[in-house]
Design a protein around this ligand. Structure first.
Ligand SMILES: Cc1cc2nc3c(=O)[nH]c(=O)nc-3n(C[C@H](O)[C@H](O)[C@H](O)COP(=O)(O)OP(=O)(O)OC[C@H]3O[C@@H](n4cnc5c(N)ncnc54)[C@H](O)[C@@H]3O)c2cc1C
Length: 266
């Protein structure tokens, strides 16, 4: 089996600031980590390869510094690492990100399974995984908290998806895209041997020229159908307590209801 894991390099804090003019995150001075959900995707990929044979490739699209997250995934056991980094890719929205990652998966010769996290802890949309599935014509299996079985011979996968009201068991044909939840497994720590191997292995850095058949008009900010119009923090409102006293419980409740209606809160 060839399992491709897509990981995103994210700031190690949620206290990020945005450039109000460009609508992009101010990344300078921020340390980065592998998006926490993607750690579970890496671990799941490694377990699948250990059980069924094959290889795991880890891939990220991001600035050159994202190489450090790829190396960490390789130290955990991923055999190959691909960094998609070029000026043309910058500013991509979720559609352009999924387009670029899909083109890279095709350039790798395809995958039997693509694993992603449920969502990125900075962008938070949860759209990239289903976007890849749509671009590659694969089954999208989201919110997966358990992979029950994979049958490479019959080409099927059975997963458990977490819903608000319970669990859904879904069987789908391979190849498929699975987005995983926290708790599906416990990610391993890199071993010393893995760290040495990751340091020695050369990372592959790809640009648009490495993606055959790609349409340059669909890349990066200019190829993104969505544009950030404005980024702002909600105004902080002064708190306060107002007591509706006097009279009976009913008259106090009526006064409260009138106030809520007047303030357009109900
Ligand atoms: C030069 C450069 C600069 C960039 N700068 C920024 C930036 O400042 N802020 C920012 O948020 N993004 C940046 N990106 C990345 C890209 O724009 C985002 O990845 C994309 O918008 C993802 O949206 P999301 O965070 O909502 O992901 P979600 O849809 O919430 O992510 C779900 C899952 O999809 C996968 N995934 C998401 N993004 C990537 C990725 N880039 N590579 C591999 N797998 C991925 C992961 O498995 C993740 O768990 C940059 C990219 C490049 C090339």
């Amino acid at each position: 089996m060839h399992v491709v894991v897509c990981i995103k390099s994210v700031p190690e804090t949620t206290q990020v600031a945005f450039n109000p003019d460009t609508g992009t995150m101010i990344r300078e001075g921020l340390g980065t980590i592998i998006n926490p959900f993607d750690m579970y995707a890496i671990e799941e990929a490694l377990r699948i390869v250990e059980r069924h044979g094959g290889r795991a490739t880890v891939m990220t699209m991001g600035p050159p510094q994202a190489a450090q997250e790829l190396r960490e995934a390789m130290a955990m056991g991923c055999e190959r690492g691909v960094l998609l980094s070029a000026r043309a890719f910058a500013g991509a929205d979720t559609w352009a990100t999924a387009y670029t990652l899909s083109a890279a998966i095709r350039a790798l010769g395809g995958a039997d399974l693509v694993l992603c996290g449920k969502q990125a802890m900075d962008g938070d949309t949860g759209q990239v995984g289903p976007g890849i599935a749509s671009q590659l014509g694969m089954a999208p299996l989201t919110y997966v908290w358990r992979i029950r079985e994979i049958e490479p011979a019959s080409g099927r996968i059975v997963v458990e998806r977490l819903l608000e009201e319970g669990t859904e068991i879904v069987s789908a044909p391979l190849p498929a895209v699975v987005t995983v939840l926290k708790g599906i497994n416990t990610p391993r720590y890199p071993t010393r041997r893995g760290l040495r191997r990751a340091r020695r292995t050369e990372l592959e850095v790809w640009g648009p020229q490495d993606l055959p058949g790609i349409d340059p008009e669909c890349l990066g900010l200019s190829g993104s159908p969505t544009q950030v119009v404005r980024v702002f923090s909600p105004e902080v409102r002064a708190g306060g307590v107002r007591l509706f006293e006097g009279g009976t419980l009913e008259t106090a409740a009526d006064a409260l209801a009138e106030q809520l209606i007047a303030d357009r809160l109900v």
